[in-house]
Design a protein around this ligand. Structure first.
Ligand SMILES: Cc1ncc(COP(=O)(O)O)c(C=O)c1O
Length: 444
């Protein structure tokens, strides 16, 4: 750790001024008047550069080497921070597993390194068909369709299934791919309060009363990526059935890494095989790119192959990526997977406990995502800088990704984090927040 820290911070960032570096948000540059399409990009770039100069723009970092329990990240200003890594989505620490690397190499030798084409044409390889079947066994849903990314799966499933006259009832905090999919499909979007099944029930009743003729898709997540909490899936599925709707659950952050058998929230809530549609990503537990949509209906799978544009008009997952996911999935379903999930959960509990002992507010339930409330966006930017300088790498989430002045540190835990390392990380967070309060106070 000391050795890693020696490589941190070559030139100190500029002093804080309480100017643009601590004010505004990326939301300010989403639209803008005038005929010049580039104007808003230039305004955003100037604002981001000011933040970079003051060391408070912790985005677009470059990872050096593999994403282990410790790592090196280089900021946009060229300074390298090294230390404890809670910023990767490597939940079961499979990225350097010998069986996973060997599977990638074997696939490369067998298939080469190409992307095979769209699955609607000739982009299917044997490995992919096998992966679909194996994933279907874990989910207890026989019909699985792979997508090039998780984002494409979420967007594509909604855009493929929902017509302009249909309705989407969606959790207000659901992932961007789900909201974008809904927006691209229909103007009839009904946001429900986060996790509030009573609100879902009221919305479904109202929509059905007013429109008995069109479809309704209810959309939620197994484990929410900013709040680490979960809906009552049994109740949502029952409500969907009662009102002639379908339920789709995004399991990107829980499949493989939670539940005794790796079945995620669906398993924990005894809902494996009981939900209409499940979608997920391979970019977290499964050490690869890619995503999938699972259902019970072969017709839905084949319909999405030809009507979900990000699948139909994009090349399939490369054979190497497919082989990586298959190898990860085999580990997830083995006793080794169970042992890795136990290690992961011990680290999660240790981190949550240590943060709470430090007087910090930790959101949600035990999951690989541990969100720590930092509060005002300006304070959070400074705290994030102080943490990185002290050797803790974790992602800052600020408005508009979360509501204004409820910025948080999104710590992502992996099986290779030891409880002792989690304790050290919690101390760094608490110290950095204290220093940030002093520094942010000094600018007023
Ligand atoms: C909840 C959720 N769904 C979908 C995605 C998209 O997955 P991918 O990274 O595979 O595109 C993410 C990833 O950030 C996510 O957090």
């Amino acid at each position: 750790m000391d050795e890693l820290l020696d490589r941190t911070a070559e030139a100190a960032p500029q002093d804080l001024t309480d100017g643009a570096e601590l004010r505004g948000s990326s939301f300010d540059f989403l639209t803008g008047p005038g005929i010049d399409l580039a104007a808003k990009a230039q305004a955003f770039h100037a604002w981001a550069q000011t933040r970079v100069a003051h060391g408070v723009f912790p985005y677009a970092k470059r990872l050096g080497g593999r994403p282990g329990a410790t790592a090196e990240l280089t900021l946009l200003d060229g300074r390298c921070h090294a230390g404890l890594n809670f910023s990767s989505q490597e939940y079961l620490s499979l990225a350097r597993h010998p069986k996973v690397c060997a599977a990638a190499q074997a696939a490369m030798e067998r298939y080469g390194v190409h992307s095979a084409g769209s699955t609607a044409l000739a982009g299917n390889v044997e490995e992919a068909t096998a992966l679909e079947a194996e994933l279907g066994e874990l989910l207890r849903m026989p019909e699985v369709l792979l997508f090039p990314t998780g984002w494409a799966a979420g967007f594509g499933a909604i855009k493929g299934l929902v017509r302009e006259t249909d309705h989407v009832v969606i959790d207000q905090l659901a992932h961007n791919c789900l909201h974008e999919g809904a927006r691209a499909s229909t103007p009839n979007i009904h946001l429900h309060r986060h996790l509030d099944a009573d609100h879902v029930e009221r919305l479904l009743k109202r929509v059905r009363q007013r429109d008995p003729h069109n479809g309704i898709l209810v959309v939620t997540e197994g484990c929410f990526s900013m709040d680490a909490d979960s809906p009552d899936l049994k109740r949502l599925q029952a409500l969907a059935r009662e009102h002639g709707a379908l339920l789709m659950v995004d399991v990107a952050h829980d499949l493989g890494c939670l539940g005794p058998g790796g079945g995620g929230q669906l398993e924990l809530q005894r809902m494996l095989g009981q939900v209409d549609l499940v979608m997920g990503s391979f970019s977290k537990t499964f050490a690869s790119n890619g995503g999938f949509v699972a259902s019970h209906d072969r017709a839905i799978k084949e319909y999405l192959r030809f009507y979900a544009a990000p699948n139909t008009f994009s090349n399939a997952l490369s054979p190497v990526q497919v082989a990586i996911v298959r190898a990860c999935l085999a580990i997830v379903r083995s006793s080794e997977g169970g042992e890795r999930r136990e290690r992961l959960m011990r680290a999660i509990q240790a981190l949550r406990g240590a943060l709470t002992e430090q007087g910090l507010t930790v959101l949600g339930h035990p999951s690989p995502i541990v969100p720590v409330m930092l509060g005002p966006d300006a304070l959070a930017r400074v705290a994030s800088r102080e943490m990185a300088q002290a050797g803790l790498l974790a992602n800052l989430v600020e408005y508009p990704a979360v509501s204004l002045n409820s910025a948080r540190l999104r710590m992502q835990v992996m099986a290779d984090h030891t409880p002792a390392l989690a304790q050290t990380a919690a101390h760094i967070v608490a110290d950095a927040l204290q220093r940030a309060r002093a520094l942010a106070g000094a600018t007023h």
